[in-house]
Write a protein that binds this ligand. Sequence first.
Ligand code: SAM
Length: 391
Amino acid sequence: MTSTTSDIAGLVKQLQGLKASDVQDEETRKSLFEAARDVTFTLESPGDSIQRIAYIVRAQGKTYCPDLKLFEILSQKEHSASSTQQLAETTKADEVLLGRILRYLASVGMIEEVGEDEWAATNITKTLSVPGLKAGIYHNHDNILPCWQVLPEFLAETKYQNPSDGAHSPFQKGHRTDQMPFDWALAVPSRFDNFLQWMMANREGQKMFLDVYPFEKELCHGLKPEIPLFVDVGGGIGHQCLALKQRIPHAPGRVINQDLPPAIAQAIPCEGVEHTIHDFMAEQPIKGARAYYLRNIMHDWPDDKCIIILQRIIEVMDKDSVILIDDMVLPNQGAHWRATQLDLAMMAGLAAMERTEKQWYSMLDAAGLKVEKIYTYTPELRDSIIVAVPK
Ligand SMILES: C[S@@+](CC[C@H](N)C(=O)[O-])C[C@H]1O[C@@H](n2cnc3c(N)ncnc32)[C@H](O)[C@@H]1O
């Protein structure tokens, strides 16, 4: 199909200035966003492709120095712009340096250039000023980027084998450490804090497993209060236990969050939730619970370690127990770009992986589990609940 110059000019005019708030529903916004993104690929010249792929300033996230709080300052001034000079006075940064950073940020839509040396907030500026989302930039820059940088060299050195040993991975090479990733992250509060904040913020407003899994119907029947109902294994600061208590406050049975000491030290207090220290590689102290729940745990580990974690649970399950794995289940074909980039981040950062449906079945089978059902609750990442029981 060829379009005339005036057709295209009309299309460009229609698209310019279109905002998320102009689109009525989320499905339409998403399909428009994906189509616009795909068309940028098909329209790219070779020069455009190299600029997008080779210049990783945006991917580096912190290049624009978020410590200067430019996004916060601009976002607070809802209806007025700031000059470079004003921003230099507020941030105490050199005006010439700041002008260069601001020009870059405006050229990639992160702020708006409303006049010469005049800057204002866009929707993206506001996003980048939200603390939990900003923590995602810090986490990716400080914790993951060093691993990305050495990934090609690491893969060449290991003759292009799939990284599957968390103790010898791009992580140790990138961070020049012998430590395992979680030991390294837990050793310094800011590393782990950014990670935790990001883990919570990046899910906000999205569906969660209780939206699709009939928890009460499947698990609460005939339960006595002293029986453990829900054990969140590696549950971080306990936000899923809290969500369960809020969603089904009358559910009988104990609700237990388990994690390592630094996470438990920051756990969210909630009546009826027990926060306990437990290393999931060791013997599981809570026997015969109805549900052992693992969210985003399996994707942090290669298959052999996942199997150990699962076996520690299988050993203490009784006939009514189930394992609920809350993780992405990639389709065997046609995975979304958000999911594939997370998979590569897992490879670089943890020698781990996001699994396709086939890979899940194979790993769980090797652990001695059979899949009863998979409930998928996000369309792009394919976040899902895998209900598994011993074979
Ligand atoms: C990706 S986070 C997921 C946290 C939480 N399940 C969630 O979905 O937000 C991984 C969690 O595993 C915990 N973890 C790592 N190694 C652990 C171990 N050996 N025993 C228990 N928890 C561990 C970390 O402290 C962290 O909270």
